[in-house]
Each structure stands twice: as structure tokens, then as C-alpha cells.
Design a protein around this ligand. Structure first.
Ligand SMILES: *Cc1c(COP(=O)(O)O)cnc(C)c1O
Length: 392
């Protein structure tokens, strides 16, 4: 059995890492649908409970299918350990619960995923953990926001829906100089395109619901990093219980096997669509890190393997023009989800970011004419033709 996956390429790890065949000799990974496990003797039960002998006890703690997913994702992110969670939000919650206590402080990028902001402001705040928000790309603002009690820096890159790109290496250096940990939500890129741990980040969190599943079937999440911090995250998870189900872990495992292929295809389609959009009538700025006009294009080219599957653009005719374009589509799904084989189209100002007060929305650059597309795996000519109906 292979233990050290470092010498293997990304796609090989995505297909193979973490599989532990049983005596049955199965080729595919089995789904262990069992809540608990049995022991050959009272002594073995005692040893498993004491942790002096490795092995499963209860699926809130560990499960073989979930473990295979965790080992495979750890190998892809280049982390010592991964723990899987029931959703992306459970991954972020578990990280915070494991590493923070009352009196601690978080510095986070503005424009994070809405539920993450709600978790920080409406729940962690109640337990004495405060959060300050800074513009994602402003290094001086990150530095100035760090206080003696700051424990975590938290960011998403590229950001949603403006697709701004943060310099992970530079922000890691800032965090470490002040004794903080950097947590990166790597949902938009996945390890196929970006490996934050290799750039200096301490912890990666995932909504596996998006590209890791890749086909919109299940919810899941994960935390990846060093043993030291991940042992604490695991401790919270086995106590509090937002663990990944074996079935969902199996779906995610199958997702990982095609992750490299899919991310290359998503990126290719998105780049082509971004270029095409810049030439369409009524379209203002197109936000996509793969375009040379993007303010962090050079950084994205250095930091990411390709530019990802999500883009946004402005309709100069405002909300009315944006809604007209959305309503003219027949193929694209009008939904806020992303990271699916199916292309999706969203009007952020009235959906994902609709609850923000207008001034916060303006601050985050969510103008009324903005449209976000998660470019799927359909034929690019069909995606263009579907949008062309609205431009015509
Ligand atoms: C969807 C999403 C989450 C939350 O994940 P769930 O699986 O829905 O809980 C967190 N961060 C980002 C960037 C997301 O897109």
C-alpha cells in the first residue's frame, strides 16, 4: 500500500490516494453504512475506546469511507490531515470552535460567503469572538486590522462574485509575523487550481458541495492542515457531530477522481465565455482573473493553475437589463448554486447579496447590473447561444 503520495501527480492522487481495500478485494471504494463497529473481545473494545489501538468505534468519530475521502483530499491539498464535515459551513464552524475562545479576534476579507459573515457576526460574536473586515486585496488594511488578540485571518480567493484575487503568500507572511493563523476557503479553486498550504496558509476549508462533488448532488465540507490544529478540529467534530455521512463521502470521492479534468474544462469554458462577453452589446466590465484587464491577472496566473469556472459582468443598463438577460436564457439554470456541471446564472444584488444593506452592497461592489455565471461543462457554443438570445 502506498503511504507517501507526494511523488505522484495530482490526477493520480485524485484517483488512488486513501483507498484501503478490504479482504474482499473490491476495486471501487465501498460505502460503510454502519453507525458503530464491533470488537473481537472486551480487551479490544477497551483499547479502541482508550485510543491505544487504532480502529473505528462509532461513525460520529471515524468511518472507513469518510477516512478514504479525508486521506485523498489531504493528499491533494498537501496537508498532513483532513477532517470531513457535513457541509462547508460545518467546516468553518468546526475550525472556529476548535481554535478560538472568548476574547479572540478574527480579521476577515470583506464580501465573504454570506453564511460565513452571519456565523461570525451573529453567532461567534455572542460568544465573545469579534471580527473585523478588510478589503481582500489591501495588504496594509490586513496588517492594520491585526490586534494583540487576533488569532485567525480568514479569506476566500477568488472572491464571490467580483472575482478579486488575494495574495495568499503575502497575507500568510503578515499572519505569521503577528502570531496568527491564516485560514483560506478554497472552494472556488479547489486543490486542482490552487494549493494554499504550499503558499503558506495554515488551514484550508472547503465547501465540497460545489466543485468537489461537482454535480450538485450532496452537501459536504472539509478542513485540511497540520496535525496540530486538525487534531483539535477533529476533537470538536467527534464531540459535536457535524460529520460527513459515508454516502456523501463516497459521492465526494467519486467527485475527486474527475476533479482535475473538470476544473480544466470549467476554466477553459469560462475563459472563452469571458472573452466573448467583453464584445457583447450592453456589457460593461467583465470580472474574470484570466482576462489581462483583471487587476490581479498576474497574481492569479502565478498563484493558480488556471482561472476557474466562475465569472461576473456588469450590464450597463442596470437591474432591468440584467434581469432581461437572465430571463431570456433557456439552457442556463437560474439559481444561486455554483460549481456544477450545469451552468448557472445569478443576479447577486437581489439574491445571494439581497439582504445586505445598500451601502454594504456598494462597498462589496455588488452593483445592480452585476450578473454572475458559474460556467458549466456544456458545449461552450451552446452557452454562448443561450446568452446571445438576451443580447440580440
Ligand atoms: C457554498 C459556500 C460555502 C458554504 O458551503 P455549504 O456546503 O453550503 O455549507 C462556504 N464558502 C463558499 C465560498 C461557498 O461558496
Amino acid at each position: 500500500m502506498i503511504e507517501d503520495w507526494d511523488e505522484y501527480g495530482f490526477d493520480t492522487r485524485a484517483v488512488r490516494a486513501g483507498q484501503h481495500r478490504t479482504a474482499e478485494g473490491e476495486h471501487g471504494e465501498p460505502i460503510f453504512t454502519t453507525s458503530s463497529f464491533v470488537y473481537r473481545s472486551a480487551a479490544e473494545a477497551a483499547a479502541r475506546f482508550a485510543g491505544s489501538e487504532p480502529g473505528n468505534v462509532y461513525s460520529r468519530f471515524t468511518n472507513p469511507t469518510v477516512r478514504t475521502f479525508e486521506e485523498r483530499l489531504a493528499a491533494l491539498e498537501g496537508g498532513e490531515r483532513c477532517v470531513a464535515t457535513s457541509s462547508g459551513m460545518a467546516a468553518i464552524l468546526s475550525t472556529c470552535m476548535a481554535l478560538l475562545r472568548a476574547g479572540d479576534h478574527i480579521v476577515a476579507s470583506r464580501g465573504l460567503f454570506g453564511a460565513t459573515v452571519s456565523l461570525f457576526d451573529n453567532y461567534l460574536a455572542r460568544f465573545g469572538v469579534a471580527t473585523s473586515y478588510v478589503p481582500l486585496t489591501d495588504l496594509a488594511a490586513w496588517e492594520a486590522a491585526i490586534r494583540p488578540e487576533t488569532k485567525l485571518l480568514f479569506l476566500e480567493t477568488p472572491s464571490n462574485p467580483r472575482m478579486e484575487v488575494a495574495d495568499i503568500a503575502a497575507i500568510s507572511a503578515l499572519a505569521h509575523a503577528r502570531g496568527c493563523l491564516l485560514v483560506v476557503d478554497n472552494c472556488f479553486c479547489t486543490p486542482a487550481l490552487q494549493r494554499p498550504l504550499a503558499l503558506g496558509a495554515d488551514i484550508v476549508v472547503h465547501s465540497a458541495t460545489k466543485y468537489i462533488d461537482g454535480q450538485g448532488r450532496t452537501l459536504g465540507g472539509a478542513v485540511v492542515g497540520r496535525e496540530q490544529e486538525l487534531a483539535q478540529v477533529f476533537g470538536f467534530l467527534r464531540t459535536a457531530g457535524p460529520t460527513l455521512s459515508p454516502f456523501n463521502a463516497w459521492v465526494m470521492l467519486k467527485g475527486l477522481e474527475t476533479l482535475g479534468l473538470r476544473m480544466r474544462a470549467h476554466s477553459e469554458n469560462a475563459l472563452e465565455l469571458a472573452r466573448w462577453l467583453t464584445a457583447q452589446p450592453g456589457v460593461g466590465h467583465v470580472n474574470y482573473p484570466g482576462l489581462p484587464t483583471h487587476p490581479q491577472h498576474a497574481l492569479a496566473a502565478r498563484q493558480q493553475r488556471s482561472f476557474g469556472g466562475v465569472l461576473s459582468f456588469e450590464m450597463t443598463g442596470g437591474r432591468e437589463a440584467a434581469w432581461r438577460l437572465i430571463d431570456a436564457t433557456r439552457l442556463l439554470s437560474i439559481t444561486a448554486n455554483l460549481g456544477d456541471a450545469k451552468s448557472t446564472i445569478t443576479h447577486p444584488a437581489t439574491t445571494t447579496h439581497g439582504r445586505l444593506p445598500p451601502e454594504k452592497r456598494a462597498e462589496a461592489g455588488i452593483i445592480d447590473g452585476l450578473i454572475r455565471i458559474s460556467v458549466g461543462l456544456e458545449d461552450i457554443e451552446d452557452i454562448k447561444a443561450d446568452l446571445a438570445r438576451g443580447f440580440g
